[in-house]
Design a protein around this ligand. Structure first.
Ligand code: PEP
Ligand code: MN
Length: 337
């Protein structure tokens, strides 16, 4: 349930309500909007009498949240969450473009890509240091050395960094190098990892599992939110269907649906979503037209030599063309790029 406080509610009135529901065994989460405070009542406590709560001073009304995700829901937090990463806002009017290689292969490859994507207009740099590959024989990433290359790329370009963290024990290490922690599709329901990134209080890019429903994605976000970390970007990266011409099937309808169900920003990954570089540009435009807040795109200076995901990686020149083609689409839906 949520308790919606009156616009004029005082701090003391809010604390009284918090104390009352906590006494009954619940946890509380405050959402402080521009107009009013909403108190989220979460967990399993003793039955609460809604009429009694509504008679407390400063309370406007109470609303039960019937969906299993609570803190992620629009009811709890009606306004869009805007996440600030080194001066870059995710979830605001601007479409945010995250770009970089699938995997960091060398210092030279990363720096070259970082400069190229920055030049083209990207806002955030991506690059995998720890790669969760389908085959144990595939390139697994350069690990900590790659994190140091990311730090260098950040220093040179000023671009904030997002990189994947695959295990809870690695969260402190990755946090020292990365502005955003990426939880990959394969780890969307790794609950120990979700708890750890939640505790870190760092912005998180949470990718939808390839066989996960939208509700499961939002429940995964709820784990992170339950630690008081509301800085979550949800990422639609394609789901597995019977179609084999594409690597995955991008669920375009997930974008407006997520915007309806939750206040969290939605990012689309047309690279993993399609698996084909030729499809990245049109699907990016479709995603922005459908209301996505941002894109995450794989770029490699020489895709034919890439150690992972070359078939879906764009050359820097094509990435620059993609950005140019995206501007009018962004404008058409009232966004900037
Ligand atoms: C990635 O973005 O590097 C990645 C591995 O993607 P996903 O987790 O969506 O497969
Ligand atoms: Mn990849």
């Amino acid at each position: 349930m949520i308790v919606i406080m009156d616009k004029r509610a005082t701090k003391a009135q809010i604390s009284n309500v918090v104390a009352r529901v906590e006494q009954a065994g619940y946890q509380t989460h405050l959402s402080e909007g521009e107009e009013r405070v909403v108190i989220g009542v979460i967990g399993n406590g003793r039955p609460l009498d809604r009429d009694q709560l509504e008679r407390m001073s400063g309370v406007e009304r109470t609303v039960p949240i019937l969906r299993p995700f609570k803190l992620a829901s629009r009811e709890f937090h009606p306004h869009n969450t805007v996440i600030s990463v080194n001066g870059c806002s995710v979830g605001g009017k601007q479409i945010v473009v995250i770009a970089g290689p699938c995997a960091i292969e060398s210092r030279q490859q990363l720096l070259e890509t970082a400069h190229a994507v920055k030049e083209a207009g990207a806002h955030i740099l991506r690059g995998g240091a720890f790669k969760p590959r389908t085959s144990p024989y595939s390139f697994q990433g350069l690990g900590e050395q790659a994190l140091r290359f990311l730090a260098e790329a950040h220093e040179e370009t000023g671009l904030p960094i997002v990189t994947e963290v695959t295990e809870p024990q690695m969260v402190p290490l990755v946090t020292t190098y990365s502005n955003i922690l990426q939880v990959g599709a394969r780890n969307m329901q790794n609950y120990a990892l979700l708890h750890a990134v939640g505790e870190s209080q760092r912005p998180v890019l949470l990718k939808r599992g390839m066989m996960s429903t939208i509700e499961e994605l939002l429940m995964a976000a709820e784990y992170i939110l339950s630690h008081g970390n509301g800085q979550i970007m949800l990422c639609e990266r394609g789901i597995r269907t019977f179609e084999t011409y594409t690597r995955n099937t991008v669920d375009i309808s997930a974008i407006p649906l997520l915007k309806q169900l939750t206040h969290l920003p939605v990012i689309v990954d047309p690279s993993h979503g399609t698996g084909k570089w030729e499809l990245v540009d049109p699907v990016s435009r479709a995603a922005v037209a459908a209301g996505a807040d941002g894109l995450i795109i794989e770029v490699h200076p020489h895709p034919e030599e890439a150690l992972s995901d070359g078939a879906q990686s764009l050359k820097p020149t094509r990435f620059a063309q993609l950005i140019d083609g995206l501007r009018p689409v962004a404008e058409a839906v009232g966004r900037t790029l």
